[in-house]
Structure formats: structure tokens, C-alpha cells
Design a protein around this ligand. Structure first.
Ligand SMILES: [Fe+2]
Length: 389
């Protein structure tokens, strides 16, 4: 996240004595560097009330490896996402659907706030897209309020909880083993988003309202690492930071603030790009004016996506190039075989002035495997939906 941000109190010089108030004994706060890519990526400096290393006990780890049902196929699929059952517990609610060694793509319908324990993904950056629900992501960097349409980016290693305002929540989520960034081509040499980028720093939702708890006890943190969940009990409250500054922290961005780039003729998917990694891209398809050449065909051309698997999560509006698609559906178009508009959609799009479609696309550079949970919500006949009637 190439914006410098600061919350709470920090010492004027890094790596120097930073003492608690006299009334609290004038002991030292405990500095922690929280970075990525060794010491070469973005990092922040945090100041804890207690040493963040006080492991009290290690409980039995358990396996959370996604169960693969189809590891190698060219079948185009449509998953009925809202058929994922709501679950009380946040982590239990997360259902991995499409996975490879770079990324896990899943859906979740958590009913209740995560308050009984804390959660940390030690392997992957998490990107949560809020389809339904609102609330507050709580971390040791502060809180991020969220609502419908927000992407929340949580860098690996951030300990968090989530408060939901109601029980009706639907999340589309990614776990990425490669760090998730904004596209490099949107940023100048200094890291600032340039004028031609479809969003700007003003659109970012940054952490606020730092919560600092000086508490000792038993604090359960579930730490995900290598497809294993490790329950670890710490002796001090994980949210004990009095201040921090730097570049590595959770943040959010509303898809509704993505400004679409349009043209006289059809614009290719990269104009919709929102995030990049070494292993996949994320694009936002937002309500926009259609192509305005007098002979334009607004529906996309057939495309061979030979180098990537294409996943579309349909959020809202009318999906012009697809027949029989509804909110919460996921389509998988595997690399290797072309796909395109459904029968009639190409012709139907001519003369249309605008679209209200809202969708999130993930293109992965390595093939995806389909989990058993995905098979349970697969309509099973989508791959034939391009046949002429
Ligand atoms: Fe496509």
C-alpha cells in the first residue's frame, strides 16, 4: 500500500527509547517491524504495550486443506454461489471453491461477528469483497468500516477480528500467496497513482480508531499456515498497539469508486484492472456507458484466454454477455478453450447505451482446481450453454 499512514503515538526517532507514561511505570513500549518480502517490501513499525512474542500454549493444529474434486479439466462451470450455506462461525463459513498453488478463491456467508478468537493468515494476503453486509474489520492497525461493494485487503500476518452489523453477510474472498498490489502501470516512479488510473488515493479507506488493550490473560489466535490451522494461546491481548507508522497495513476500496474507462469501440479487460499479483489479476466490471462508435458491438468478442483461467463473480445488475446469470453466481472459463457471449447476446448488445453490470473478475495464470464444495453448487450444464438453440 504505497501511502504512508500513521495512527496513535510513535517516538520521534525509530529504534529509540519510547517510554510509557510515569503513571504506568515509565517502562518501554516494544517495537516491532512488520514487513513483507524480507526487508525489501513495504513495512510498518508498531509499538506494543507488551512483547508480542508471549506464546502461552500451542493447541492441536488441524488440517484445512481444500478437498480437490477435479484437478485437471477443461469444463466450463457455473457455481450457484448463494447456495453456500450461512454458518455461525467466521472461519467455518469460508468455503474454498477454486484453488491452485498461488491462490484460493472462495465464498463465505458468516452469520456472526468474530469475537471469540483472533485470526491470522500467515501465508497469504486476503482480499475480502463484501457482496452483502456491513460492519467493521478490527486489527492491531485500527479498524476499517465496511459495506456493500468494499474490497478489504488484509496483508499476511495481520491479526484480525470482524464485527458484522447483521446476520445477512456474503463475502467473495481470495487468499493470495503472492502479495496483492495496485497495478504498477497505474503508479508513477514515486508510487503515486497517476491521472489515468481509474481510482486515486482519495478513494482508499485507511485504518482508523486504534484500539489499545493493556490486558493479560488467555488470547486465542488461530494462525493459518500451510493449509493447517494452528490455535495459539498468547498471554497478552493482540490489540495492544499504542501507535504505528509505515506502508504495510490493511485498507479498503469500494468497487463503486472504480471509474470505468470506456471508448468508441470495445475496451479490453485490462482497463478494468484493480489489483495485480505475480500470479493473477483482479478486475472490476462496473456500471458504465457502452462503446459509442456508430457500428460498435458492445458485447465482448470471443476470446481464447489461452494463458489464464477466468473466474467471474457476478455481483449486481444485468450481465449483458451472459444468459441465465444471477447475483452470486461464479463462472469458470478454463484457459485453453475460447469462450464468448452467449447465443443472442452479441446481437442483443447492439444499440445499447449503458450497462448496470457489477462483477469481479479473477484471471489466474496457472490452472485452477475445483473443490468438492464447488461441485456441490455447480449447475453441471453451463459448459453447453453456448450451443445454438
Ligand atoms: Fe471472458
Amino acid at each position: 500500500m504505497p501511502i504512508y499512514h500513521q495512527l496513535g503515538n510513535i517516538p520521534p526517532k525509530r529504534h529509540t527509547q519510547f517510554r510509557k507514561p510515569e503513571a504506568e511505570g515509565a517502562g518501554l513500549y516494544y517495537e516491532e517491524v512488520f514487513g513483507t518480502i524480507g526487508f525489501e517490501g513495504m513495512s510498518s513499525l508498531l509499538y506494543h504495550v507488551a512483547r508480542p512474542t508471549q506464546v502461552k500454549s500451542l493447541l492441536s493444529p488441524y488440517d484445512v486443506t481444500p478437498k480437490i474434486a477435479d484437478g485437471n479439466s477443461l469444463m466450463m462451470r457455473k457455481l450457484i454461489g448463494f447456495n453456500i450455506s450461512p454458518e455461525s462461525d467466521y472461519l467455518d463459513s469460508r468455503v474454498p471453491l477454486l484453488v491452485n498453488r498461488d491462490v484460493t478463491i472462495g465464498l463465505a456467508a458468516p452469520q456472526h461477528s468474530l469475537t471469540r478468537y483472533f485470526y491470522k493468515n500467515a501465508d497469504a494476503d486476503e482480499l475480502l469483497f463484501v457482496h452483502r453486509g456491513s460492519g467493521r474489520l478490527r486489527t492491531f492497525f485500527g479498524s476499517i468500516p465496511f459495506q456493500y461493494g468494499d474490497y478489504m485487503l488484509i496483508p499476511r500476518g495481520v491479526i484480525y477480528q470482524i464485527d458484522f452489523d447483521t446476520e445477512d453477510n456474503r463475502l467473495f474472498y481470495l487468499e493470495s500467496h503472492a502479495p496483492i498490489y495496485t497495478p504498477k502501470r497505474y503508479r508513477n516512479h514515486f508510487g503515486q497513482l497517476m491521472e489515468q488510473a481509474p481510482f486515486c488515493e482519495r478513494d482508499y479507506i485507511l485504518p482508523r480508531d486504534l484500539e489499545t488493550y493493556d490486558e493479560k490473560g488467555d488470547f486465542l489466535v488461530k494462525i493459518k499456515k500451510q493449509n493447517t490451522m494452528h490455535p495459539v494461546v498468547y498471554a497478552t491481548h493482540p490489540f495492544d498497539v499504542v501507535g504505528w507508522d509505515g506502508y504495510n497495513y490493511p485498507w479498503a476500496f469500494s468497487i463503486h469508486n472504480f471509474e470505468p474507462i470506456t471508448g468508441r469501440i470495445h475496451q479490453p479487460p485490462p482497463v478494468h484492472q484493480t489489483f495485480q499479483t505475480d500470479a493473477f489479476v483482479v478486475c472490476s466490471f462496473c456500471p458504465r456507458m457502452y462503446d459509442y462508435h456508430p457500428l460498435a458491438i458492445p458485447a465482448p468478442y470471443n476470446h481464447s484466454n489461452i494463458d489464464s483461467d477466468e473466474v467471474l463473480y457476478y455481483v449486481d445488475g444485468d450481465f449483458m454477455s451472459r444468459n441465465d446469470i444471477a447475483q452470486g453466481h461464479i463462472t469458470l472459463h478454463p484457459g485453453g478453450i475460447p469462450h464468448g457471449p452467449h447465443p443472442g447476446a452479441y446481437e442483443r448488445s447492439i444499440g445499447k447505451k449503458e450497462t448496470q453490470e457489477l462483477a469481479v473478475m479473477v484471471d489466474t495464470f496457472r490452472p485452477l482446481m475445483v473443490t468438492e464444495a464447488a461441485m456441490d453448487i455447480d449447475d453441471g450444464k453451463y459448459y453447453q450453454s453456448w450451443l445454438e438453440p
